[in-house]
Design a protein around this ligand. Structure first.
Ligand SMILES: Nc1ncnc2c1ncn2[C@@H]1O[C@H](COP(=O)(O)OP(=O)(O)O)[C@@H](O)[C@H]1O
Ligand SMILES: [Mg+2]
Length: 453
């Protein structure tokens, strides 16, 4: 065999020029040529395979380099495990976070990566993986400095060519920064809410202050007639005492006593006594009612829903505002006397006071200010309309009139919170507050409340 190949190579070398010098029969010659052709084609195949292999190799290197660059540019943590939960591959993001190299982690269990408090949960990942993927579970990575870095972790199963479970892929997004930002946002939000509450409270106090002037007027009337009655009582009392002592001294002289009785107007005093007492009691009751209303109005706590008559509340709200106001509009009432509603009378009162106050403010330049307060029952709602003859509301303001701090009044005169608060109160009562312009000029605010509950 060894000899044969030597001969073959000799004939190969000689093939170009000296074939004829070797005495070959035509049949051996053609056999040789065939062998040579075969070898040529095998050689060409070899060269071809080598080129192909080199190309594949460089493509593989490129792909590896590409995957490596992708892996290192991923800021999320990536961990690839087998079905037992042993680490096969990690990305540089995890190396940076933990300060350990890939080699340290490869083949160790995934719990190595996590803080003690998360390790137990992480150990269950392979088991859970068999039931499906895990989304956004919160775990904590053990950092280089010993602290824990919170991650939002997603785990998905990894399958082999045949569709069998081959392991799990964990992708974790560091949420420490996000959480800090969220906490910061939350704190700012709380502060804002607090400021808003303070402002709402101060608007309430301002409104209360305005009302006190109206209430003072209201109180003035009953108190002054109670005071007048008391003066009358004292005067009458003095006369009665004088008469009684005369009765004691002149017991036997009816003529003198009759004259004195006429002079001191004792009969008149007796006739007047009960009306005076009734009037006084009525006055005191009015004072007590007003004080009670005031107390209810200033109460900040949520009130119970009670059944009450609506019309007196509407009238009272209008009276309180108008009594305290410089402008005295003509008030038209179109009310349904006796109409009852279940709501919080204090809150309904407060909304109406705000609406009437705004209506009065809007008519401050009007020569003949006119206010209409109407109520109606439409389907299952009671609607209360507060209508004025002011300038109405500009189209662009209609959409933002209930926004907090929207005001057209100069600084110090308006806070822009009256309607915002009223809107919230109406909602609290299960109702609604709406605004429109009247075709005849002016604005109409409508408070709708449920008629039945
Ligand atoms: N009846 C009304 N007619 C015209 N404009 C009104 C009326 N009621 C409210 N507005 C407008 O809505 C704004 C907001 O009202 P409000 O929330 O009560 O705050 P404030 O009265 O403190 O300005 C007012 O400044 C005014 O421009
Ligand atoms: Mg207002």
């Amino acid at each position: 065999m060894g000899k044969g190949s030597e001969e073959t190579s000799a004939s190969l070398i000689d093939q170009a020029g000296v074939t004829q010098s070797l005495e070959l029969t035509p049949s051996t010659e053609s056999a040789w040529i065939e062998v040579i052709h075969k070898m040529d084609s095998v050689y060409a195949d070899l060269v071809h395979y080598q080129v192909e292999l080199e190309q594949k190799n460089s493509a593989l290197e490129e792909a590896q380099q590409f995957i490596g660059s992708v892996l290192s540019s991923i800021t999320d943590v990536l961990i690839v495990c087998d079905t037992e939960g042993d680490i096969l591959q990690i990305n540089p993001a995890l190396e940076n976070l933990t300060g350990k190299s890939t080699e340290t982690f490869v083949n160790s269990p995934i719990s190595e990566v996590f803080s003690a408090e998360s390790a137990e949960m992480v150990d269950q990942f392979p088991e859970k993986m068999r039931q499906g993927s895990l989304v956004d579970c919160e775990v904590s990575i053990r950092c280089a400095d010993g602290s824990g870095a919170p991650l939002a972790m997603n785990c998905t199963p990894r399958y082999n060519r045949d569709g069998g479970l081959d392991g799990i892929v964990l992708i974790g997004r560091p949420v420490g920064e996000l959480r800090r930002a969220y906490e910061e946002l939350n704190r700012t939000h709380m502060e804002l809410k607090q400021t808003q509450q303070q402002l709402v409270h101060s608007e309430k106090m301002a409104a209360l202050g305005r009302l006190v002037a109206g209430v003072a007027h209201e109180l003035n009337n009953p108190i002054s007639f109670v005071l007048g009655n008391m003066f009358a009582f004292r005067r009458n009392g003095n006369r009665l005492i004088e008469y009684i002592s005369a009765v004691d001294h002149h017991s036997g002289d009816p003529q003198t006593l009759r004259k004195l009785r006429q002079k001191l107007k004792i009969d008149h005093i007796i006739k007047d006594m009960y009306p005076l007492i009734d009037g006084t009691m009525e006055g005191v009751e009015r004072v007590s009612d007003i004080v009670q209303d005031l107390r209810r109005y200033s109460g900040s706590q949520k009130e119970e829903l009670v059944r009450f008559e609506l019309v007196p509340v509407i009238r009272k709200a209008a009276n309180w505002v108008i009594k305290a106001s410089r402008i005295k509009p003509e008030v038209n009432y179109q009310l349904l006397e006796g109409l009852e509603i279940k709501a919080s009378s204090g809150q309904v009162h407060q909304i109406l006071v705000n609406l009437v106050q705004n209506a009065v403010d809007a008519m401050s330049d009007q020569a003949q200010p006119e206010l209409t307060l109407a109520c109606e029952v439409v389907a299952d709602e009671i609607k209360i309309h507060v209508m004025d003859r002011g300038p109405g509301i500009a189209q662009q303001d209609l959409a933002r009139i209930f926004d907090p701090f929207f005001t057209s009044k100069p600084v110090g005169q308006g806070t822009g919170l009256g309607l915002y608060i009223s809107y919230g109160l109406a909602r609290d009562l299960g109702g609604e507050l709406m605004v429109a312009n009247r075709t005849e000029g002016g604005a109409v605010f409508t408070l709708s409340l449920p008629a039945q509950r």
